[in-house]
Design a protein around this ligand. Structure first.
Ligand code: ADE
Length: 248
């Protein structure tokens, strides 16, 4: 997969060179391009913002640098991937479609993502309309809160997508069994020592009975989801879901 990120703070994306994602980049499983939006300005102040038409607080990002930056990234990517390939542009915005594990899984199947990081009050909307003349454009929000800019959101999206790419995680079962992959939170987990500060690991986990362990994990997963994220159960109670399990 190829991923390009456009930002006025390219250094903000440096953590993508570390850890799991950094290894994927170093091994070429993820081709990462980070681009400085200000490289596409032409005035001495390298201006990227202006006051909004119609008034209102704060500044907006002006279209010309974004247009040039996105044209440049598109040309560079097509030269590498082939002229028939188009990117999917993700515009980081608190006004976007909510990012979740299902979206991460969909995005992980795409050949090329471009992430646009807005600052200030966001990006002039014509930038999205213009880009949509060539390829898909999706405004993406990582949650219902407002960040100072899209960079932290881009880190979240690249990490969540990148770890799903083939060969990035050592053990692909860990992707299948993790929180959110089945719409539920994962059950609590324990490792050695079996007893620590007077706290013992649940007996079932040391029983060696795989069917009982699976049943226990499912029950705990339902209980935890009902307590912490009842919204994920879609109005059904944990007891209902449990009855459904026993019927199948
Ligand atoms: N930029 C500012 N807040 C954001 C959010 N919640 N998600 C994505 N990008 C953002």
């Amino acid at each position: 997969m190829r991923v390009d990120v456009v930002s006025v703070f390219p250094d903000y994306l440096e953590p993508l060179r570390l850890s799991l994602i950094g290894r994927a980049v170093a091994r070429g499983r993820l081709r990462l391009g980070v681009h400085d939006l200000r490289a596409f300005t032409h005035d001495v102040h390298r201006t990227v913002d202006d006051a909004p038409f119609g008034g209102g607080a704060g500044m907006l990002m002006t279209p010309p640098p974004w247009g040039e930056a996105l044209d440049h990234v598109r040309a560079e990517g097509r030269a590498q991937l082939g002229e028939h390939v188009e990117p999917h542009l993700l515009v980081m915005s608190p006004a976007g479609v909510r990012f979740d594990q299902a979206m991460a899984e969909d995005l992980a199947r795409e050949p090329w993502l471009v992430l646009a990081c807005g600052r200030y009050e966001g990006i002039d909307d014509r930038v999205l309309t213009d880009a949509a003349r060539h390829h898909r454009v999706t405004p993406v929000s990582i949650g219902d809160y407002v960040l100072a800019g899209g960079e932290a959101a881009a880190l979240v999206v690249v990490e969540a997508v990148g770890r799903l790419l083939p060969g990035v995680l050592g053990n692909s079962a860990s992707v299948v069994e993790e929180s959110h992959s089945e719409g539920l939170l994962e059950a609590p987990a324990y490792t050695r020592p079996a007893s620590w500060r007077g706290l013992d690991v649940p007996d079932v986990l040391t029983s060696g009975d795989h069917a009982r362990v699976a049943r226990w994990r499912r029950d705990e997963s339902l209980r935890r989801t009902a307590a912490r994220r009842p919204d994920l159960l879609g109005g059904r109670s944990a007891a209902d879901l449990d009855r459904h399990d026993l019927a199948v």
